[in-house]
Design a protein around this ligand. Structure first.
Ligand code: MG
Length: 290
């Protein structure tokens, strides 16, 4: 005679495979479980609880592949690709708006010395993430500012210096990833001539009210993955031999690449909007960076 306990165990053993074979389990209490908490404290000044499951989910972005020595990388899914190695359709010459005249070959573009600066046809801002890869001429020629010089101009007017700074002394505020004429990089993370290098630039654009500066431009730069500018607030634009000043401009502007007379190479250039936390996100939290 079976005991009630054995009968129950037998029922369970039979029930489990039957449930698995059915493949249509009824909704369990776990499936309806909230993502977070609605009974935790409110984050001061916001409408959100700590761990609030109702808070909007961040959009999904498929990341790109990082470049390696052998293979060029790809952009994240929400980026605007400015140069993928095939053509200069996103670019024009700065001086007259004519078709871009730099050379494209083997998956990269190359500065044609004396042809002039190139700039994007589109404008970007106010806050964005910019990825740029470059290689300086190999073998190198010239020295100091004459060796492997170019530049990435944000809003067409603030230069993040591009230079062959590998065994090439120059004034510190003119080295690779310097805010030209103002802030030297924290470290020199340069690779040798001819080797591909990366800049990842986080830009918080300046804001102007009634033609006056309301919030300075703030820039963070990673050079080959190493932080060289950490939330650096710019003193102004980046002229040669002068202290930079701000001149009011729109919240969007072009990206510009410098022809400094050296046959620099660029590849894999992309840009994506960067959203700053809103006052509603921050509430009574620290206002640093706002
Ligand atoms: Mg330059």
């Amino acid at each position: 005679m079976k005991s009630p306990l054995l009968t129950s165990i037998a029922a369970l053993v039979i029930a489990v495979p039957a449930f698995a074979a059915d493949e249509k389990p009824a909704a369990t209490p776990e499936a309806k479980k909230p993502l977070g908490h609605q009974d935790s404290p409110i984050i001061p000044g916001t409408k959100w609880h700590v761990h609030d499951g109702e808070r909007p989910q961040p959009p999904i972005v498929t990341p790109g592949e990082a470049s390696t020595a052998e293979k060029v990388g790809t952009a994240p899914s929400d980026a605007t690709v400015l140069f993928d190695g095939t053509d200069l359709s996103k670019w024009k010459m700065e001086k007259d708006g004519s078709d871009a005249k730099w050379k494209v070959e083997d998956g990269h573009m190359e500065v044609v010395p004396k042809s002039g600066y190139m700039m994007t046809k589109d404008e970007f801002g106010p806050d964005f993430q910019l990825h740029v890869e470059f290689a300086t001429p190999n073998p190198p020629s010239g020295d100091s500012q004459g060796r492997g010089n170019s530049g990435v101009f944000l809003f067409g007017r603030y230069e993040i210096q591009v230079l062959d700074s590998y065994n090439n002394p120059t004034y510190p505020d003119g080295q690779a990833t310097a805010i030209y004429g103002y802030m030297p990089p924290q470290v020199n993370a340069s690779r040798p001539p001819g080797v591909w290098q990366t800049y990842d630039i986080l830009v918080e654009g300046p804001r102007f009210t009634d033609g006056k500066l309301a919030k300075p431009m703030v820039v963070t730069v990673l050079h080959n993955g190493v932080v060289t500018q950490n939330h650096t607030a710019l003193i102004g634009e980046t002229p040669h031999l002068h202290v930079g000043e701000y001149h009011a401009h729109p919240e969007k502007g072009p990206i510009k690449l410098q022809d400094h007379g050296n046959p620099m190479r660029y590849r894999n250039i992309w840009i994506r909007d960067m959203h700053m936390p809103t006052p509603e996100d921050i509430g009574d939290g620290p206002k640093i960076g706002q």
